[in-house]
Ligand binder design. Structure first.
Ligand SMILES: CC(C)(COP(=O)(O)OP(=O)(O)OC[C@H]1O[C@@H](n2cnc3c(N)ncnc32)[C@H](O)[C@@H]1OP(=O)(O)O)[C@@H](O)C(=O)NCCC(=O)NCCS
Length: 372
């Protein structure tokens, strides 16, 4: 047996959804730069699920279906009110809520293609409602119902704050959603595929994926970046703080990647957004500190920033609570998880690798009263 720790470089499936080749990320053959500049998140959802961009009527239909399916069952909202609210991380709340949603979906265990597609729409639509409702309920505020006249990105911001979002905020948020939508066989997507390859249901697949995304080596990194920026506090403190961490062999959150070598193509879009937004909010130091950190980490370790690094200051500038950053990643990435789940069902084989055993050799059972 050859052991490949972390499955690095192992090609575990074929997929027609997204690809990373020579540090270029494409969704269905469209360069991420092209999509980030031009596409709406709804178009990207359609692209990932149908492997082509929608024509105008198809896009309208998808937007309508998403808007109509956003509202949550009252049971889910009531459930939030039972949580020990000050102790629950929104990612844990999201993971639980998606699992709970499955209990109220009559089609949860109906596994035909059409039923699975309908569940995909419902789940994609309800993710922003879950995140924003939880964010409000924990502050003692009532959840805000979605508006059918707003697009996906605007609806999220509206349901969070209750205010009509500024066009620049909608643009930034839409871009972030587009950039996070899919990423080949990343850890959470792989988790989703492993789960549904047992022919478990869509809700189980997405629930497991949320669990994988929560960790700081994956989606949890964006929240960790903001925590670091706050800890650093001032531009002058960047250099001693980062050099100290590197000297202690500690990881700098938002840097490095398993697949990219020269750099994460998504980071530059968020860097630009971070610059614009931090200037607008009168807090340019978050951007300045970030570029300073980038210069040091890239210089010392040759590690470029990944998607999570500049998304932190972007979301902060949009007035979003820091522990909602990773749930926002999930609101976008669920589009990719669902595409992969549907693709897995379409050509399924159980995913079951092996482990090389390195425990003790054969042993004899000894009754408990005779053990020393
Ligand atoms: C993304 C990540 C998990 C990839 O991990 P990986 O492919 O297993 O790479 P490793 O953790 O084995 O790192 C390889 C080397 O680079 C170093 N390295 C990797 N990421 C680093 C970081 N963010 N800061 C400092 N050093 C880092 C490791 O210490 C290791 O150095 P060594 O060979 O001297 O021991 C890793 O880069 C990381 O932990 N980054 C920070 C978390 C993050 O931003 N995650 C979001 C990813 S989109």
């Amino acid at each position: 047996m050859t052991v490949t720790r972390g499955l690095e470089g192992i090609v575990a499936t074929t997929s027609s959804i997204s690809s990373i080749i020579d540090d270029t990320l494409t969704y269905v053959g469209f360069d991420i730069d092209d999509l980030a500049e031009n596409a709406s998140f709804e178009e990207v959802i359609y692209l990932l699920w149908h492997r082509r961009l929608p024509v105008a009527s198809e896009l309208e239909e998808l937007k309508k279906q998403l808007a109509q399916n956003m509202a949550l069952p009252q049971e889910v909202l009531d459930h939030f009110k039972m949580y020990p609210i000050d102790k629950v991380h929104p990612m844990a709340a999201l993971r639980t809520a998606v699992s709970l949603l499955g209990l109220y979906d009559n089609e949860a265990d109906i596994m035909d293609e059409e039923a699975n597609y309908r569940k995909a729409i419902r789940l994609q639509a309800k993710m922003p409602a879950i995140v924003t409702a939880f964010a409000r309920i924990r502050k003692g505020l009532e959840p805000i119902a979605p508006r059918e006249d707003l697009n996906f990105a605007a609806n999220f911001l509206y349901m969070l704050s209750g205010k009509d979002p500024e066009p620049i905020a909608v643009e930034a948020f839409n871009k972030a959603l587009v950039l996070h939508a899919d990423h080949e066989l990343n850890a959470s997507t792989f988790t989703a595929r492993v789960c549904v390859a047992t022919l478990s249901d869509v809700y189980s697949g997405v629930t497991s994926a949320i669990g994988a995304l929560k960790g700081p080596l994956h989606g949890g990194a964006n929240e960790a970046v903001m925590k670091m920026l706050k800890e650093i506090g001032t531009l002058e403190n960047v250099e001693p703080y980062i050099r100290g961490k590197l000297a202690n062999k500690e990881k700098i959150m938002g840097f490095g990647h398993r697949v990219y070598r020269k750099g994460d193509p998504r980071a530059k879009h968020l860097r630009l957004m971070s610059q614009k937004l931090t200037e607008l909010t009168g807090e340019p130091h978050w951007y300045q500190m970030s570029t300073e950190i980038e210069a040091i980490v890239t210089g010392e370790k040759n590690l470029p920033p990944n998607v999570d690094f500049y998304s932190a200051s972007v979301y902060h500038s949009l007035g979003i609570d820091h522990d909602l950053f990773t749930p926002i990643f999930a609101v976008s990435r669920v589009s990719g998880w669902l595409a992969h789940i549907l693709e897995q069902y379409d050509n399924n084989r159980l995913i079951r690798p092996r482990a090389e055993y390195n425990g003790p050799g054969m042993q004899q059972y000894v009754a408990v009263e005779l053990r020393g």
